[in-house]
Design a binder for this molecule. Structure first.
Ligand SMILES: NC(=O)c1ccc[n+]([C@@H]2O[C@H](COP(=O)([O-])OP(=O)(O)OC[C@H]3O[C@@H](n4cnc5c(N)ncnc54)[C@H](OP(=O)(O)O)[C@@H]3O)[C@@H](O)[C@H]2O)c1
Length: 307
């Protein structure tokens, strides 16, 4: 089966297409025939840094949508069912950018009727990330949630799921993107600024109760938060903190087999509470182009590889 592979860290030219052994499902595993797999910032990291202890070749990709190809013992799926799944790529079986993807059944849910595969593929990894962030921020309904990097995938889902959780959501936007962010349901749109503390506090002088930092500002994301509030960070930043602010480093890997969260995302997708944005689709053979485009920045919506 055809797969994207990386045999050494480097620029997008290290991405190749190769034949790899067909995966066989073990107990409680599913093999998915891929229709669509997204390209995310984490795939750029895997390409640039390599897979660490894991010997190459590495296959990137954390999100897949397609149809069930084969089912292991105890996995409650039927061949041919449409599904989407979150996948951890730093494992011997590789990630989602392959014609056939092995996944734990717990990481797989059925795709709602009428939702195309390219759209379903954009949901699981970043959706799980936001559900984990909201759970760990643990804000009561009516509390204020700040979102930085709101026009990105994590940011969009943070706004949409924060609103659904009954929070008052304040989301940043750069000039020209205010309507986009307001369209996600943000109650207040905050001008994107080098001084996010001043920008958010112009609306909530005491600071927000919690904040999801999808722009990876880390220490600079503390300023908009009230004393004793909480910050969800997305690239392992743990502090130092200030003013009693609790820092919650988010790790989606911890939730990749959290079926109830994936099911919740499928329900939000079905009802339209979560919406998807596709920047572009690329046949998998053009994976290098997709990486170049993502690395250049400013992409709005997800880039999706189709198989
Ligand atoms: N820890 C985990 O488990 C986990 C899981 C999922 C994602 N992540 C990480 O979360 C981050 C966000 O992912 P994503 O897919 O949402 O990325 P994305 O789609 O590229 O979105 C990032 C957003 O942040 C904006 N931004 C960049 N610099 C900014 C600044 N100084 N101030 C305000 N906004 C700024 C970007 O705008 P411009 O394009 O205009 O710069 C973009 O809208 C990535 O670093 C990703 O690796 C971590």
């Amino acid at each position: 089966m055809r797969s994207v592979i990386i045999t050494r860290p480097g620029d997008p030219s290290v991405l190749e297409i190769a034949e790899r052994p067909k995966p066989q499902p073990g107990p409680h595993q599913v093999v998915i025939r891929t229709a669509a797999a997204t390209v995310n910032p984490t795939d750029v990291l895997l390409r640039e840094q390599g897979g660490g202890e894991l010997p190459p070749p590495w296959t990137p990709g954390t999100e897949v949508a397609g149809t069930v190809e084969a089912v292991g013992e105890g996995a409650d799926f039927q061949p041919g069912e449409r599904v989407f799944a979150a996948v951890y790529p730093r494992r011997p079986e590789g990630g989602a950018q392959a014609e056939l993807v092995l996944a734990p059944a717990a990481s797989v849910v059925r795709t709602p009727d009428g939702v195309p595969d390219v759209e379903a593929a954009t949901i699981p990894m970043n959706g799980l990330t936001v559900l984990q962030a909201l759970r760990r921020l643990n804000l009561p309904p009516g509390a204020t949630l700040g979102v930085i990097g709101s026009a990105g995938a994590v940011g969009q889902y943070a706004v949409q799921l924060g609103v659904h959780a009954g929070l008052r959501v304040l989301a940043d936007a750069k000039p020209g993107e205010e309507e986009l962010v307001r369209g996600f349901g943000a109650h207040e749109v905050i001008p994107r600024s080098d001084n996010p503390g001043a920008a958010f506090r112009a609306v909530v002088p005491d600071g927000v109760d919690g904040l999801i930092d999808a722009a990876v500002l880390d220490a600079a994301a503390l300023a908009p938060i009230r004393d004793g509030g909480a910050l969800a960070t997305l690239r392992f930043w743990t502090g130092p903190t200030e003013r009693g602010i609790r820092i919650e480093p988010i790790l989606v890997l911890d939730d990749m087999e959290r079926t109830e969260s994936l099911q919740e995302l499928a329900d939000h997708l079905r009802t339209g509470r979560l919406t998807t944005r596709i920047a572009d689709t690329y046949p998998v053979d053009r994976v290098q182009e997709a990486h170049r485009r993502l690395a250049a920045g400013g992409v709005r919506g997800r880039l999706v590889l189709v198989f």
